[in-house]
Design a binder for this molecule. Sequence first.
Ligand code: SAM
Ligand code: DTB
Ligand code: SF4
Length: 337
Amino acid sequence: MGTQPVSVFPVNASTAPSPAVRHDWTRQEVAAIYRTPLPELLFQAQTVHRQFHDPDRIQTCQLISIKTGGCPEDCGYCPQSAHYDAGVERQGLMDPQHVIGVAQEAAGRGVTRFCMGAAWRQAPEGREFENVLEMVRGVSALGMEVCCTLGMLTAAQAAKLKAAGLTAYNHNLDTSPEFYGSIITTRVYDDRLKTLAAVREAGITVCCGGILGMGERESDRICLLHQLASLAPHPESVPINMLVRVEGTPLASMPALDPLEMVRAIATARVLMPASRVRLAAGRKQLSPEAVTLCFLAGANSIFVGEKLLTTPNPEPDADEQLLHSLGLKPLESHAV
Ligand code: SAM
Ligand code: DTB
Ligand code: SF4
């Protein structure tokens, strides 16, 4: 651990000019930020957070699994991979009107971003893709931010999604390039970067983050954050997931991650990518309200709400509402229209 706090920002937040958004962070700088003594790191993250975001607002997003299980990829963390038996019931692509109905109900509860996930290696062509476009058009018409995560995309598919009203595409780098091959063998890091480039090229905002707690080293977490912060522009949305350990997957018996690693990673993401929305994504059910609060202090300003993530449980909606209320935090209003 470094002992010198890294002074990336001036101390006085109220008089300091907004720091520039940088894409040229060095690995050493990222490591030094990540290893800053935690109170100082939280202070720096808060300082930046307040220059770019309203500290009282948390965006609430909702996920739906529009096509579940049977995925040909072998991602070691994922209950939807056909390579493992995690007891997930396979389900073909949902009916667009059903999905739009779920989004409408979520919008009624103040949810402003709706994310549709599919267990595909790559987005299909033909009827199924047309149905996804219909879902995107329907959710977009509700005035919500619309996100999809469908696996790899071609440039032509990205353009069609954009034309249908897609505002964001989720495609995670998950971990460092070095550790990637220990978790997934059916695709390479570069495939992910290519899809991210196609999304960017189409004018869709990028949602890209990773998973902590898969047995990676601290240096892998630092390297993931460095990769994300080197994307230019930065991903507008950065989901930081804590591994949900699902029985039947190769990572089911990983030791639990120290929640303070989530806090450090979020604070580092906030400092590196000051204008991005940092999402405390999967794993909240395994975190105490105090740990979640520290994640907010570290600069997380987005969460998934609703009973389920894609296939695994999320905290009860009542508990989430109570937590946000007790912290005095309010949901962010929609910016999609
Ligand atoms: N198949 C597409 C893909 O992989 O891009 C989209 C769906 S996939 C389930 C979306 C993301 O969920 C993955 O990239 C991964 O980061 C995250 N994820 C999947 N299983 C997880 C788990 N058990 N714990 C935490 N995050 C997980
Ligand atoms: C992201 O980074 N996390 C979400 C969303 N993007 C698609 C998915 C989390 C999935 C957790 C495991 C599950 O519920 O299947
Ligand atoms: Fe398939 Fe996505 Fe799960 Fe990997 S993370 S197995 S690509 S659904």
